[in-house]
Design a protein around this ligand. Structure first.
Ligand SMILES: Nc1ncnc2c1ncn2[C@@H]1O[C@H](COP(=O)(O)OP(=O)(O)O)[C@@H](O)[C@H]1O
Ligand SMILES: CC(=O)N[C@@H](CCC(=O)OP(=O)(O)O)C(=O)O
Length: 292
């Protein structure tokens, strides 16, 4: 009996959050490093399906960096990252698209559907969802003080998101799952960092929240201690003094961008913790770092 009462009180703790977020959209970035373990994958899918069934609209934007790396290795194609971005020549771009759209996207769709959801996979090409343009490598790499200034190739930035197709899917009770491949006005495919796509998606949808799952607890300070909460105006100084570097830079940039466009809160949370999404949304304390 005591156990049952505990269960009810856990459910009741979620009630104010279900009320607050009912009918709202939450964009979730599902990172390649949080996708490596089967147990975590199952927990992720359960969280997404639960959100949908309590009336919250999840939109998934996924990565797949490690999975791209694996296939490039098998194909004996050298690859490197500069300033958190994969240098992408045409051959690499083909592999990126093959892995992200052909493999990772469909795996996530299957995973969610096998837990009772109704997911639909999209890339930036579908419905012109993500219009991209080649990133200005020099400008970007200088701005983030990258160690090397080179041409990043077919690395894109989001020029525009046309969220119509995603809105329609949400209205029809589907769960959209988006691969971060953009389409240029030159009809070239562009490789876009998935965090940046998630930020732009949240902005275009005027989402309630952006949640970025990653492979660390959240943003850490100079001493390596987790920062629970930070204002967006303080983020650039942490990049400038080197506290935030590498793969964390596009994450905080994505959060800044979403918040500037009216998204209420952004969170960087630990995807290695089972049910991290539910812990973030439905508990008072939340987890990871919130950016306001
Ligand atoms: N201040 C910081 N706080 C936390 N992680 C940081 C920080 N600066 C750099 N990082 C690095 O960013 C990484 C997360 O980015 P990335 O590896 O691209 O993740 P993902 O695969 O989830 O997209 C962390 O594993 C960590 O090494
Ligand atoms: C330009 C760029 O770096 N694109 C990324 C796209 C995938 C991604 O962002 O995956 P994660 O979120 O798993 O890191 C790449 O090629 O790896």
């Amino acid at each position: 009996m005591q156990k049952s009462i505990e269960k009810v009180s856990i459910l009741l703790e979620a009630l104010p959050y279900i009320k607050e977020f009912y009918g709202k959209t939450v964009v979730i970035k599902y990172g390649g490093n949080a996708m490596v373990n089967d147990e975590l994958k199952e927990a992720f899918a359960q969280d997404v399906v639960l959100l949908k069934y309590v009336g919250i609209n999840p939109v998934i934007v996924h990565g797949g960096g490690p999975q791209i790396g694996e296939l490039l290795k098998k194909l004996n194609i050298q690859t490197k990252f500069v300033g958190g971005m994969r240098v992408t020549d045409r051959e690499t771009m083909n592999v990126v698209e093959m892995v992200l759209v052909g493999k990772v996207n469909k795996e996530i769709v299957k995973l969610i559907n096998s837990h009772g959801g109704n997911a639909v996979g999209l890339s930036g090409k579908d419905g012109n969802l993500i219009v991209a343009e080649k990133i200005d490598s020099r400008k970007y790499l200088t701005e983030i003080r990258a160690p090397e200034i080179i041409d990043l190739g077919f690395v894109g930035r989001v020029k525009r998101v046309n969220p119509e197709i995603v809105r329609r899917l949400l209205e029809s009770k589907f769960i959209p799952v988006v691969a971060p491949v953009g389409i240029g006005e030159d009809f070239e495919a562009y490789n876009i960092n998935a965090d940046l796509v998630a930020g732009e998606m949240a902005a275009a949808l005027k989402a309630e929240k952006l949640i970025i799952l990653t492979d660390v607890e959240g943003i850490k300070d100079k001493e390596g201690k987790l920062i629970n909460s930070i204002e967006r105006s303080r983020v650039s100084e942490l990049i400038e003094d080197g506290t935030i570097s590498g793969g964390m830079i596009p994450k905080v940039k994505a959060c800044e961008r979403a918040l500037t466009e009216g998204v209420k809160k952004a969170h960087i949370i630990d995807g290695r913790i089972k049910h991290s999404i539910l812990l973030e949304i439905f508990t008072q304390k939340g987890i990871g770092t919130e950016i306001l």
